[in-house]
Design a protein around this ligand. Structure first.
Ligand SMILES: Cc1ncc(COP(=O)(O)O)c(C=O)c1O
Length: 380
């Protein structure tokens, strides 16, 4: 093992390999071993590893302007903001680097709304099993029971209710509530889908109570479900949408989007050194242009349907998800199987001991899916 790993602060258990190169659906480690990647940078590398459009965009922008300062507008910032807002039907966007920052920003905007419009309302209701990030506020928002005792005291003002239970949501709302924050499909929680009826009722509940609906599309957004956004799949309009992961195709980019009525921050309320940094703006535009075509999104839906069908054929239980955000269950053995397959050169993820998750780059083809199916079959 490379001795220099000793300098990396221990925050997660990593296998004893070091990755050196990527191309499309493949990664190679420093020993030259090849891997078929069905995790894709954790649902990030939408166009695969080092795709030409992204490399070209970053190279061209690097040679033109890397950083102009967050205090100024820059050309790729305006180009990407215009393209993104038009594509998703929102008026305004604030750019950052990570999904957690996008959600932190949404939390701040919701509290600002509460201060201005609802007599200081500050509480946000989220769902059990949700994942919203690892800053203190987004960890507090996250509905992971095992995080409950961590880093006390948590940021106050978050209530967690069971997913798909509209009565529990209704019961949690009080005069201090300013927003509800949900993932339409919980990704890290194990690919748990909201029902369409629940989402419809939730929108109505938010309207009746004048509270904001924040939809965290960090994992589901920018083509992952076979639609540009999962809100299209659910035919729901969010007051605030957060995006991350796939939006940058592998570079650190996230966004919080809303309409003009919520353009209520005042100077100093929100910002950041790397907001709308030209290099990542150019990357975001290149990814959006590639993903947001009917043919590309149809490919995601087709590959997702094929993957689901093949997983069902080999007998994986409870196959679920949309587009290329898919999971199935293998009672208690998921982590062992993922580890064994990794040794065989196939990268998958187990979000919990019972589930295997499939979040490949959106450019995946049938032949890659067949290879993964052949590898999993003996374990099912
Ligand atoms: C739905 C969702 N929200 C937020 C986050 C946090 O994003 P990041 O790790 O980029 O901060 C994630 C990461 O997995 C996520 O899946």
């Amino acid at each position: 093992m490379d001795k220099r790993v000793c300098h990396i602060l221990y925050t997660t258990k990593r296998p004893e390999v070091v990755f050196a190169k990527g191309d499309a659906m493949r990664l190679w480690d420093t020993n030259g071993k090849e891997y078929l990647d069905f995790v894709g940078g954790w649902a990030v590398c939408a166009l695969g590893h080092s795709p030409k459009v992204l490399v070209d965009a970053i190279q061209n922008q690097a040679a033109t302007l890397i950083n102009a300062s967050p205090a100024f507008f820059n050309v790729p910032m305006l180009e990407f903001a215009d393209a993104l807002c038009n594509a998703i039907g929102k008026d305004k966007v604030f750019f950052m680097s990570t999904g957690a920052e996008a959600n932190e920003s949404a939390i701040k905007l919701a509290r600002k709304f509460g201060q201005k419009e609802k007599g200081g309302a500050y509480k946000i209701i989220t769902t059990l099993g949700a994942f919203h990030g690892r800053t203190l506020a987004t960890m507090s928002a996250t509905g992971k029971p095992q995080w409950e005792p961590l880093f006390a005291p948590k940021v106050p003002g978050f209530t967690h209710v069971p997913l798909n239970n509209i009565d529990a949501m209704r019961g949690a709302i009080d005069a201090q509530t300013c927003a509800v924050m949900i993932e339409l499909i919980q990704g890290e929680g194990g690919v748990n889908e909201c029902t369409h009826d629940y989402v419809k009722a939730l929108r109505q509940l938010c309207d009746e109570n004048n509270i904001l609906l924040i939809i965290d599309e960090v994992q589901t957004g920018i083509g992952r479900t076979g639609h540009l956004l999962a809100t299209e799949l659910y035919n729901v309009s969010a007051d605030i949408i957060t995006l991350g992961k796939g939006i940058g195709g592998g570079v650190p980019l996230s966004a919080m989007c809303c309409n003009s009525e919520l353009d209520i921050f005042e100077p100093g309320d929100q910002g950041g050194t790397y907001t709308a940094q030209p290099l990542v703006m150019a990357a975001g535009l290149a990814v959006l242009n590639a993903v947001n075509t009917p043919a590309f999104l149809a490919h995601v839906r087709e590959m997702g349907a094929y993957l689901k069908q093949r997983l069902q054929e080999i007998g994986l239980s409870n196959v679920r998800g949309q587009g290329l955000l898919i999971a199935g269950d293998i009672e208690g053995r998921a982590q062992d199987i993922v580890q064994t397959l990794f040794e065989q050169g196939i990268i998958l993820n187990a979000p919990n001991p019972n589930s295997i998750r499939f979040i490949p780059p959106l450019i995946v083809e049938r032949s890659h899916i067949d290879a993964v199916i052949d590898a999993i079959r003996p374990f099912v």
